[in-house]
Design a protein around this ligand. Sequence first.
Ligand code: FPP
Length: 248
Amino acid sequence: MDLKAKINLDKLPSHVAVIMDGNGRWAKNHGKPRVFGHRNGVTSVREVTEAAAEIGIEYLTLYAFSTENWNRPKLEVNALMRLLVETIHKEIHTLNKNNIRLNAIGDISKLPEKTRKALVDGIHNTRHNDRMTLVLALNYSAKWEIIKAVKDIATRVGNGDLDPEAIDEDLFSDALSTKGIPNPELLIRTSGESRLSNFLLWQAAYTELYFTPVFWPDFRKGHFYQALIDFQERERRFGKISEQLIKS
Ligand code: FPP
């Protein structure tokens, strides 16, 4: 039976997050430089974006560059930044045609000017689209955004604008860069690594984690469907016991 037909469209996660990993190892296996892996990773970005929008996912977040990634060789960082500009320019038309909105989380003020501009323009040019939001995590790390949120909240308390007693989960969530975006229900990581690597630590408190050995450049629609099927086969209890859950 075809994988897509096995997916229950009434039980889709509204937000899927992906740690796209394994580009470097994929390239090495092909006897090519790491950047070749990133370039081929763009095909997977396209496939997964298309698959997610087609099936009815509302938010797709892709971890494209972490704050730790600046420690990579300069040549690789520069190539990744150029690839982002090139990809955004190339894909903006398709995003609009498919009614997909682009958004970003992370400290984008620290990106090279050309990358920042491509991103800001892309976000602006797709702002009216409402079928799916594609969120790129760029120069993002969960600890960075948590510290930033704490500083913002502390400043408001210090100014007398906020009563510390009013600080609750909702207020804290609204201080994060994902404000307005529901928590991911499913997080996929490719390449056989089983870690969160500083990605959406607050938001992933109850997220179902799906790890696959497939390297990101090999990840295709079928792999995405498989992750959704796996998600739908799990029971999400949020701390309750099975009998307390309303069965649908
Ligand atoms: C991880 O593989 C991948 C990245 C750090 C970059 C991901 C970027 C892309 C797929 C290209 C552009 C993306 C968009 C959204 C336009 P790795 O290099 O850590 O692989 P390794 O673990 O095998 O070394």
